[in-house]
Design a protein around this ligand. Structure first.
Ligand code: SF4
Ligand code: SF4
Ligand code: SF4
Length: 251
């Protein structure tokens, strides 16, 4: 494949998973109309959902999932040593994701609730950047496949990628969706980074903030405005805590 007369380098890529549901990997694997060209731009050397290769000579590592066990920490450090570019792939890797809810309870209580009398080795849930330096974060639960394809093109061409700086509301209005607030529902669209195409409000659900904050979120105004519309502090807090993207600013 040539682009503008240039033969791309086809970097070697690994897609690896930690504490997650593997839904972000599935996003890459399940869009068949572009899977061929997508894989053609890369050499996939380790990605168990699409290949039986298990090589360790990758240059780019897409890391899916949060960290919640000691052995995962060691594995992450080995990946950082090998990869030139480390990408946190999906909201679990970027923010801890839904698993981060476990941190609100004691580890013993969480273990008891989930595993009963067969406790597992489990630790507080942390995003990848709390363990190793990360070069790029691709948020979303799951990631947006079209956006990942654009980002991979940029990585292959070694051109920086700029995420949208505006909030989900912009994309929501572009598709003429009725605002969830006008229907009496809570929505984090005004403070959440766009790029997903605003599928949740269009599908009948206020935004839950899976992509984390936009470039310049006005939290004070957002929270005051949500309260003015009758939403309580607890409800706002629960919504903002869900994926971990608003850690540190949750009221
Ligand atoms: S970000 Fe969401 S879809 Fe992706 S692995 Fe985590 S839980 Fe699954
Ligand atoms: S539904 Fe949510 S994302 Fe859409 S315009 Fe209203 S607040 Fe913004
Ligand atoms: S609308 Fe909100 S919750 Fe839904 S995909 Fe976009 S950022 Fe995530």
């Amino acid at each position: 494949m040539r682009y503008l007369g240039i033969e791309p380098k086809r970097p070697k890529i690994a897609v690896v998973d930690f504490t997650c549901c593997e839904g972000c990997e599935l996003q890459l694997a399940n869009k068949e109309e572009t899977l061929g060209p997508f894989l053609g731009a890369l050499q996939v050397v380790n990605f168990r959902e699409v290949s039986s290769e298990k090589r360790e000579d990758y240059e780019i590592a897409l890391i899916e999932g949060a960290v919640s066990r000691a052995d995962e920490t060691d594995r992450l450090r080995r990946i950082r040593k090998q990869a030139k570019v480390v990408v946190a792939f999906g909201s679990c890797a970027c923010y801890g994701g839904v698993h981060r809810m476990k941190n609100a309870y004691s580890l013993a209580a969480a273990n008891r609730e989930v595993y009963g009398d067969k406790p597992k080795d489990t630790d507080l849930v942390r995003p990848v950047k709390e363990i190793i330096p990360v070069d790029l974060e691709i948020p979303g639960c799951p990631v947006n496949k079209e956006e990942v394809e654009r980002i991979v093109q940029h990585l292959v061409m070694e051109v920086p990628y700029n995420f949208p700086v505006y909030p989900v509301c912009v994309e929501c209005k572009q598709r003429f969706t009725v605002c969830r607030y006008d229907l009496g529902e809570l929505c984090l669209g005004p403070i959440t980074r766009a790029g997903c195409g605003a599928p949740c409000p269009a599908g009948g659900l206020g935004c839950w903030g899976c992509r984390g904050p936009d470039a310049d979120p006005n939290y004070e105004e957002f929270i005051a405005s949500a309260k003015k519309r009758g939403f309580g502090e607890r409800e706002i807090k629960e919504r903002m805590s869900f994926f971990g993207g608003f850690e540190g600013v949750v009221p």
